[in-house]
Design a protein around this ligand. Structure first.
Ligand code: FPP
Length: 254
């Protein structure tokens, strides 16, 4: 067995996280440190997207959510924004067959109406085509911000209240969970951020209340199947207590 297969098999022997979110950071620095254009970093980063998605499927994750473009990224130089949009379009075209052949459901969260038509159309088409696939749910967070998501959710709940369909006192954690864009995904067990930064940067604010975090010093273009499996092995050494004591959890057998 090769080294990556060995690492992935070790992960599978323990509790595999159901849902992993990744803040794919460091593409720009990876490129600049090699004297390349920042877009070359994003391009190499899309190869990491392919490799990590394959690895997630092999290890049996239910959901993988990738922070591909934040609400704040629209303020980057126009040529970088255009290059990223072009890469996304290319990704949606090139990965179509692999997504369909492997039963992956492609999902997207964010203010998707802000995406240019040449990204939105192939995105909507592949989401529709893969909607009944039963394997890994691959969610791209695009034009996504956690605060923006909460504002949308709160507005939707307020509209229900205004229509008399919901009482303010009946708004619970569960109703907020249903009002955010990830309503059909399992809770986020683990967030990985690459490239040494240790911040959430407006990613899945509501969903990460009980998530574990693994911060890797490796830049995203160099973060491949091996680094992903290693991050999951690291996660599996953690004891998740959800506010209880370790003794309580052991008694409950969780
Ligand atoms: C952060 O690196 C990364 C992004 C803003 C974009 C992520 C996009 C990709 C990995 C490629 C396209 C995505 C898909 C799904 C095909 P940075 O530019 O902030 O890096 P820096 O902090 O080193 O400048």
């Amino acid at each position: 067995m090769d080294e990556i297969a060995e690492l992935e098999s070790q992960v599978k022997q323990r509790d595999v996280p159901k849902h992993v979110g990744i803040i794919m950071d460091g593409n720009g620095r990876w490129a600049e440190s090699r004297g390349l254009n920042r877009l070359e970093g994003h391009r190499e980063g899309s190869n990491s997207v392919r490799e990590v998605t394959r690895s997630a499927r092999r290890m049996g994750l239910k959901a993988l959510t990738l922070y591909a473009f934040s609400s704040q990224n629209w303020s980057r130089p126009p040529e970088e924004v255009a290059g990223l949009m072009e890469l996304l379009r290319e990704y949606l075209t090139k990965e179509r067959d692999e997504i369909m052949q492997n039963g992956i459901r492609l999902n997207a969260i964010g203010e998707l109406e802000k995406l240019p038509k040449y990204v939105k159309e192939p995105l909507d088409a592949l989401r529709a085509e893969s909607a009944n696939n039963q394997g890994l749910v691959l969610t791209l967070a695009l034009s996504y911000g956690g605060r923006e998501e909460l504002v949308h959710g709160v507005q939707a709940l307020a509209e229900k209240v205004a229509r008399g369909e919901l009482k303010p006192a009946d708004i619970t954690e569960e109703s907020v969970t249903k009002a955010v864009w990830t309503h059909d995904l399992p809770a986020v067990d683990l967030v990985i951020r690459t490239s040494g930064e240790q911040r959430l940067s407006n990613f899945l604010l509501w969903q990460t209340a009980y998530s574990e975090f693994v911060f890797s010093p490796i830049a995203w273009p160099d973060f491949r199947a091996r680094e992903f499996a290693e991050a999951l092995l690291h996660f599996q050494t953690r004891e998740r207590r959800f506010g209880l004591t370790g003794a309580q959890l052991r008694r409950a057998g969780t």
